[in-house]
Design a protein around this ligand. Structure first.
Ligand code: G6P
Length: 481
């Protein structure tokens, strides 16, 4: 044809995410070493990457880090550099100071700054350009999460020959809240560059489709949006649908059965002074997780004398997160103040009521904690999915333990046999915690068996296969590079 060929790369399958799936260390001589970062996404995608000469485009996590693409973990790792300023404006600012609270029910007020938006636009363009360079003719690009919502439309302009999927890992808010965003239309149009837009819950997909209706002139029928073709191009369909994410359930199940983990679970209970009741919370230290609500409920149960410390105690693992963002610093101070007050009031010498850990732990230790805990508390005020709930279930092959789960998590859609709470209802939460503590073992086993069936059958591999299966079925594009 008369058209000049578009530049194209060699990877049939390209993942684009804010973060690379490895933690990189640079030695004095400039050479790189890396370790695969924990997380279900890379575990699920690794085999697909190996089969399809895959590449993963993402930020290293360090400002100023620049490096050529290199091979690691059975894929091409493709670093996208961010300057200090961009980390502040695109990552901490627009992603985590604007979009994160906006998409989580405005639990804290989102901030709208034009400088943050401008950085978001230019960084999204850089990710899209890297993906365009990496992907082979007619290949597939899968873009992940709220940090990169403009990548699909930019990439489509650069590479109309490729299939583009997008998956939003966090909630998508109702248009009445989303509508606050000064750049709401650009974000919707950015996402509509994809062929398939995936969400955690059907409700998130419905919220997105309502925003498309309200904010654009496009035709929406069921899950499909029609983008009219221009010049000689045919119309294009975009599909919005729920694909609830999961964990590598079999691997977690297996880990939690090993003699080492079981011994460590015993040891944890002994170290805690062999409590009668062990409650557990595991979260990134984030205001969406309802850690304050959980502590309030536990503190009141001790106050009322329904539970007694230290015979009943709580372990709260709060892994450090986004520590340069103001709201996260404030939250840390509040949580640590509350833990101190509860322990001051109800702890004994050498026996805390709340054991608070501001660290992250390896998977083995997490599995042991899950096995040791009688009651798992997931109290999110809003949560895209909450994989901790699924990890707890996968770890409990003994059918022990009870899961108290907020109805404001994506997981609540699937895990109907958990004990549901509205975390804002402190009395209701207290009553449900007591129900979990006093539940007949028979009922507990029945519920856990049912929960395990769901989590083991719907693992992260099935999630990826489902999403990519739908993406493969979308109409092939006309243009070839
Ligand atoms: C959530 C988001 C992810 C994000 C993760 C950790 O799960 O959906 O996109 O990577 O939190 O947050 P961070 O800001 O450290 O990447």
């Amino acid at each position: 044809g008369a058209e000049s060929p578009l530049p194209s790369g060699e990877h049939d399958f390209v993942v684009v995410a804010n973060r690379l799936p490895v933690d990189i260390t640079v030695a004095h001589d400039g050479s790189l070493t890396w370790e695969r970062s924990p997380g279900g996404l890379v575990t699920a995608l690794a085999p697909i990457m190996r089969q399809n000469a895959g590449a993963w485009v993402g930020w290293s996590g360090t400002a100023g880090f620049e490096h050529e693409p290199f091979d690691g973990e059975g894929m091409r790792l493709w670093p996208v550099p961010l300057s200090e300023r961009e980390v502040a404006d695109y990552y901490e600012g627009f992603s985590n100071g604007t979009l994160w609270p906006l998409y989580h029910d405005v639990i804290v007020p989102p901030e709208y700054h034009r400088t943050w938006w401008n950085a978001y636009v230019s960084v999204n363009r850089r990710f899209a350009a890297a993906a365009a360079e990496a992907v082979a003719p007619g290949g597939t690009v899968w873009v992940h999460d709220y940090q990169l919502q403009l990548v699909p439309s930019v990439l489509r302009l650069l590479r109309p020959d490729v299939k583009i999927g997008f998956f939003n890992h966090i909630p998508f808010p109702p248009v009445e809240i989303f509508g606050q965003l000064p750049w709401r239309r650009q974000v919707v149009e950015g996402l509509l560059g994809a062929d398939l837009v995936g969400f955690q819950r059907p409700g998130d997909a419905a919220n997105f489709l309502r925003s498309v209706r309200r904010l654009t002139d496009l035709q929406v029928r069921g899950p499909q949006v029609t983008i009219p073709g221009r010049w000689s191009r045919p119309d294009r369909q975009v599909r919005a649908q729920a694909f609830p994410i999961s964990i590598d359930a079999a691997a977690f199940d297996e880990l939690a059965r090993t003699p080492e983990v079981l011994a460590r679970a015993q040891e944890i209970r002994t170290e805690l002074g062999s409590p009668e009741v062990l409650l557990l919370g595991v979260d990134r230290l984030d205001y969406t997780k309802g850690i304050q609500h959980r502590l309030k409920a536990f503190g009141e149960l001790l106050e009322d004398g329904q539970l007694h410390a230290p015979e009943s105690c709580m372990v709260q693992v709060a892994s450090p997160s986004r520590e340069r963002v103001e709201q996260y610093r404030m939250l840390r101070d509040e949580v640590e103040g509350t833990v101190g007050r509860i322990n001051g009031e109800f702890g004994a010498l050498g026996r805390a009521a709340v054991h608070y850990m501001h660290h992250s732990y390896p998977m083995e230790e997490m599995a042991a904690l899950y096995r040791a805990a009688d009651v798992m508390l997931v109290t999110s005020l809003r949560d895209g999915m909450n994989l901790v709930a699924k990890e707890y279930i996968a770890a409990r092959s003994d059918l022990g333990g009870a899961l108290v789960l907020s109805e404001f998590t994506g997981a609540a859609d699937e895990l109907g046999q958990a004990l549901m709470i509205n975390p804002h209802d402190i009395d209701g939460t207290k009553a449900t915690i007591m129900r979990a503590v006093t539940m007949e073992p028979k009922e507990g086993r029945r519920r856990m068996r049912n929960l395990r069936k769901r989590v083991i059958e719907h693992d992260v591999r099935r999630w990826a296969d489902d999403f990519l299966g739908y993406l493969a079925m979308t109409a092939p594009h006309q243009e070839t590079p």
